[in-house]
Design a protein around this ligand. Structure first.
Ligand code: ZN
Length: 281
């Protein structure tokens, strides 16, 4: 286990995996994503673990992908049977994102144990891809959710389940405007299961985990599998993969126009909008 993800066992039957990079608002780099994958594997390898909670240190759950990090896969052990990370042209980055983003997230969605996200503070862009694969979501009152990635001249974050999480019309508004969804609104549209006072978040999540852990484990597993199968019959996986394809069209578009993966003006737009939302006066 690395310093960026912590593995806890608060009580028998419950594993609590904690993003521990609060100084970066839990922004993701390669190390954090692979450490998270390691933590999930550890929980799955322990037959005593009946429920997995995903939590985060600090005031914000995740600021998304770390835009300053080196995403090189040199020396990394791929988890999704992809490769060719150093290939020239669009190939290398396509493989890297397929490994680190959509590949890991689709696998995490289908882990054969129930998962609960314990969400405090802001979830921004790529942060959604850690929360949405979880089966249940408990949000603190102050939590908020936003995908501002269209500001980078992209279609949105790489794990594109927005349609199922929000419904078509609300998903479009979130993507078109970059505006946040509050915890209360997320509850009203079924994107989260519960909203609790910020100082009760950890205990409320544990309480829900206890209830799930008390149910027959195989039954819970089959219920999860059945719902996820339904999502796939609705085309969720195909939609994620289709969105991932045009996401890479957008990377190529920006590469031609700006010699970078994204429109460089987007970062300032997102920063200014976040400031305005934090301090509306
Ligand atoms: Zn991307």
């Amino acid at each position: 286990m690395t310093d960026t993800v912590r593995y806890e066992q608060p009580e028998p039957g419950i594993a609590r995996v904690v993003l521990a990079r609060p100084e970066k608002r839990n922004a993701q780099d390669r190390e954090l994503l692979h450490a998270l994958d390691d933590a999930y594997r550890r929980a799955l390898a322990d037959e005593q673990v009946r429920v997995i909670v995903l939590a985060a240190d600090g005031p914000d759950f995740s600021a998304g992908h770390d835009l300053d990090t080196d995403w090189s896969m040199a020396g990394a052990q791929p988890r999704t049977l992809t490769g060719g990370f150093d290939a020239p042209g669009a190939e290398g980055w396509f493989a890297t994102e397929e490994e680190l983003f959509t590949g890991l997230c689709l696998r995490w969605r289908d882990m054969p144990r129930p998962t609960i996200a314990e969400v405090r503070g802001r979830v921004i862009g790529g942060g959604l891809m850690l929360v949405w694969p979880c089966d249940l979501i408990v949000a603190a009152q102050g939590a908020s959710f936003v995908d501002p990635v269209v500001a980078f001249d992209m279609n949105g974050a790489e794990y594109f389940t927005h349609l199922w999480e929000l419904g078509a019309r609300r998903a479009k508004e979130m993507l078109f405007t970059g505006e946040r969804i509050t915890a209360e609104e997320a509850l009203s549209i079924g994107m989260v299961n519960r909203v609790v006072p910020d100082d009760e978040l950890e205990e409320a999540t544990l309480e829900l985990a206890r209830r799930v852990a008390a149910r027959p484990q195989f039954g819970v597993r089959l219920a999860k599998r059945s719902i996820n199968h339904g999502l796939d019959l609705q085309g969720q996986r195909a939609a994620v993969e289709a969105a991932f394809g045009v996401h890479h069209l957008a990377h190529s578009h920006n590469q031609r126009l700006h010699s970078g993966l994204v429109d460089p003006r987007g970062a300032a737009v997102i920063r200014d909008e976040a400031r305005a939302a934090d301090d509306p006066t």
